[in-house]
Ligand binder design. Sequence first.
Ligand code: NAD
Ligand code: TYD
Length: 372
Amino acid sequence: MTYKRSIIVTGGAGFIGSHVVRLLVNKYPDYRIVNLDKLTYAGNLANLRDVEQSGNYLFRKADICDFDTVLRLMRQYKVDGIIHLAAESHVDRSIRDPFTFARTNVMGTLSLLQAAKTYWESLPEGYDGKLFYHISTDEVYGALQLTHPEGIPSPSHHLAYGTDFFRETTKYQPHSPYSASKASSDHFVRAYHDTYGMPTIVTNCSNNYGPYQFPEKLIPLFINNIQHARPLPVYGRGENVRDWLYVEDHARAIDLIFHQGKAGETYNIGGFNEWKNIDIVRLLIETVDRLTGKPKGASLGLITYITDRPGHDLRYAIDSSKLRRELGWEPSLQFEEGIERTVRWYLDNQQWMDSVTSGDYERYYEQMYRGR
Ligand code: NAD
Ligand code: TYD
């Protein structure tokens, strides 16, 4: 079969990547979708059980830092689009082990760019019809002030906790090794556009939540801990603010931008949905307790304030009006509805959670792919 498009999604076995792969495989049967993933602790093929038998889907276990393998796969599958999500993604891990973040996020992205350049420049049509789309984070912009601790209501927002927002023009000021490595990778992607004329797009998105998120991140970790009556470790006083987006809304934005975004551009993606950590923790407690038949407030005593994360960014808030104005994207879900859906998913998929927390899936796939 000849495919209309042939796309590599890197990091497709991770949290956001698996939602992007699922959307593309189901929506575009005439596209070939190649999921290229190293299967680190965060990559789990069980996230893609429902699409793995689809004729237009392929999985290839590979490291984005492995230039020769990546180039061979690009040639083999005549790839014309790359959606790059593979990364080390957890701030706390980056504080303990910054080198792994530099290796994958910086060197891995550079290696992937160079492989795409080598392959696409070897074709008669060159960069025509090609796109290198890099998925990044709002954390590259640093932290905003929290000037209104009680929150300012506005028609487009849940609440805003300050008057400034991250825009596409905001200066990069990363604070954690994670955000520093993502900032560096963003710069390399733009450099390949400006220097070599490669068609590239960068998007910077706010915090995602939803099914299949690794339970080291706030929302799935706390859902699991509430369910099992384990302590809920809240950094500092829980006053930090994040702007939350349901993962399927991010995947929809990625699909739209991949098809209609303008090469050389940057788009911010966010839900106009700022929440203080402690308010999220209370909402999670209320939801999990209700859905598991516990009395109201039964788990409030699990909240445990712990020493703050070093360099902890106070407030993130994305202005995604460029994406709304130019491409018509809007988030589809209210946060309370998204949280209800998310909590139900984790409660209904206890086996997924157990296999992830026990590390069983890593051992299983290590054996399966050994020597390949
Ligand atoms: P994740 O940690 O859940 O998944 C990362 C995936 O990348 C895993 O499948 C892992 O196996 C794979 N991977 C890691 N190193 C690799 C390597 N060297 N070669 C090939 N594959 C490798 O991450 P996520 O939360 O899904 O985030 C995906 C992307 O979106 C990242 O680039 C992240 O910076 C960005 N992002 C995440 C969020 C969020 O809230 N999670 C928000 C904005 C942007
Ligand atoms: P996280 O999910 O790690 O995402 P990020 O650091 O990329 O924003 O954390 C979200 C917020 O929750 C952040 O302000 C740190 C806080 N947090 C806790 O208070 N306790 C925890 O155990 C975790 C994982 C996060």
